[in-house]
Design a protein. Sequence first.
Length: 358
Amino acid sequence: MHSAPRQALAVVAAALLVWAGAACAVPDPAAAASPIGGTALWIDQVSAGASAQSLAVAAREAGARTLYVKAADGLTSEPQFSPSLIAGLRAFGVSVCAWVFAYGSEPVAEAQAAIAAVRSGAACLVVDAESAYETRYGQAQAYVRSLRGSLGKSFAIALAGQPEVLQHPKFPYSVFLGPGGFGFDMPLMYWRDLGLSVAAAYAEVLPVNAIYGRPIVPVGQLYGEPGVAELEQFRTLAAGFGLAGTSFFDLDSAAPAGLAALVVPPARARRRAIAPATIRPGADGDEVDWAQELLNAGGARLPVGGFYGAETGRAVAGFQRHHRLPATGVLGPATWRALLRLRAREPSWASGPPDSAR
């Protein structure tokens, strides 16, 4: 669950965030109605002796309406995620979702472990997929199709993934968050691990995740004793961007002051809009795979290979002309918004990842 620490970026906010004045950023209705909305707490390990009642009390005291309880690690189901625990928590008014860690080595079998957890009574499913899934496009596609084939297209599933899309060019975000994939994007925004302030983490993470067009529900950290002011800012910024909710990892490692900070209503903040990141020719990664899939849905005939070369630049310019946008050949916010009205044409990844990600 923890990303490797790295140096803070020098300039992020000015280039990536757009103030929307008094206009409200309205949360996605599906997100607002889902158990994935609101405030949630993660549970990695249910403490020995903990009862449904004690967990429900802890959740309520932190203002959380949902608990994400670990239900499987790869192929291995967690006995703690039991029908009795779920029923007990529900009896105390707490919604329960399953979270699973996915590796991609045996995607169909891992999907079956997740499906079994959902059938135990989970209200939603959160899939934590990180570095183990790098380059595993075919495995991601098999995993997603197995889940959706069993759980249906409308069941609430979220990707809890590495937050910095451009720093993970070989990760199949476009498969997990593409057509027929997961309905929610939950970037693991552990600002201290990223070496960033809370504000800088939002500035870096939201624009690059916005290109996938899914409701963003960021995951913050409770481990490491983050300051009360940091937690308050994390929630205030989420509200300011009109996000449907936040969650925090995790209950076991939280200090009492951290949990108490989650009860306080977030401060009123000027509403902000998220401007999707600008992607330029020469880029090479999943964000380009995704753009090429969307451009093909708009009539282009591009090979989906993850490199933003001259052919892709011409397709972008042609799309822009067709939609009465400046034909720059650069994927800026307005172009992304127009592209996201289309349903991407996902290729088969059975033979492996895009050429540029091999």
